[in-house]
Design a protein around this ligand. Structure first.
Ligand code: GRF
Length: 204
C-alpha cells in the first residue's frame, strides 16, 4: 500500500511509520512526504530515506481551487492510496477529502471529541487538558472529513494525567502512544481489516 504522509513539523510520527516499515511491521511504503512548511523537520527525514518530498503551500497559489488541484495531482503522481496526516496543521481541501473519502487518517494528541478542533494542536491541547482537571488524556486516530478533528474515530489509547504534569511532560507521554496506535491503525488499513459503516469504524 502506498502512503502519502503530510507533516508540518518535526516528523516523529513520520519517522515511527518509516521505522515500522523497515522492521517489517507495516506492509506499506511511503511514496510521498508533503508539507506546507518549507522548513519542516520532516523534510530531513524524507531526505535521509530517499522519499520524494513536496513543499505545497496555499500561499504559493492564487486561489484554493488551484492549490487543491495541485495537491490532488501530486497525490496521483506518487500513486498515493492512503493519506496519513502526521502533525499536518492545515485543513484538507474538500475535493481531496472527497477523492480520498475514508482513505485519510489523522493522529490527534488527545481523546477526541474533547480537546479538538481549529487551533487545538501541540501544546495548546495539553494546556487545555491540564486546565480542565481531566485525570486521563491520550491519543486518537480518526478518519478525516471536511472538519478539523471530527471524522469517525478508528483507535484511541489513554494515558494518566499526573499530579506534576506540565504540557511538555504530558505531551511526551501522549506521543509514545501516538506512535503505537498510528502503527496499529495503518497496519489494519493496509491489511484490509477496517470496517467503516457511517461514523462507526471497527478493526477486525
Ligand atoms: C503530534 O502530537 C500529533 O498528534 C499532532 O501533531 C504532533 C506532530 O508531532 N497532530 P510530530 O511532528 O509527528 O513529532
Amino acid at each position: 500500500m502506498n502512503i502519502g504522509v503530510f507533516a508540518s513539523g518535526r516528523g516523529s510520527n513520520f519517522q515511527a511509520i518509516l521505522n515500522a516499515i523497515q522492521q517489517g511491521l507495516l506492509p506499506a511504503r511511503v511514496t510521498l512526504l508533503l508539507s506546507n512548511k518549507s522548513d519542516a523537520g520532516a523534510f530531513e527525514i524524507a531526505r535521509s530515506h530517499a522519499i520524494p518530498a513536496v513543499h505545497l503551500s496555499q500561499k504559493l497559489f492564487s486561489d484554493e481551487a488551484s492549490f487543491a488541484a495541485a495537491m490532488l495531482q501530486t497525490l496521483w503522481d506518487h500513486e498515493v492510496r492512503l493519506i496519513a496526516l502526521a502533525g499536518y496543521l492545515k485543513k484538507i481541501p474538500t475535493i481531496v477529502v472527497r477523492e480520498y473519502r475514508n482513505r485519510i487518517l489523522n493522529i490527534h494528541p488527545a481523546l477526541l471529541p474533547s480537546f479538538g478542533g481549529q487551533g487545538m494542536y501541540g501544546h495548546h491541547v495539553h494546556e487545555a487538558v491540564l486546565a480542565s482537571g481531566a485525570k486521563l488524556s491520550g491519543a486518537t486516530v480518526h478518519l478525516v472529513d471536511e472538519e478539523y478533528d471530527r471524522g469517525p474515530i478508528v483507535l484511541q489509547k489513554t494515558v494518566p494525567v499526573e499530579e506534576h504534569d506540565t504540557p511538555e511532560t504530558l505531551a511526551a507521554r501522549v506521543l509514545k502512544v501516538e506512535h503505537e496506535i498510528y502503527l496499529l491503525a495503518l497496519k489494519a488499513f493496509a491489511e484490509n481489516r477496517l470496517t467503516i459503516q457511517g461514523r462507526s469504524v471497527w478493526i477486525r
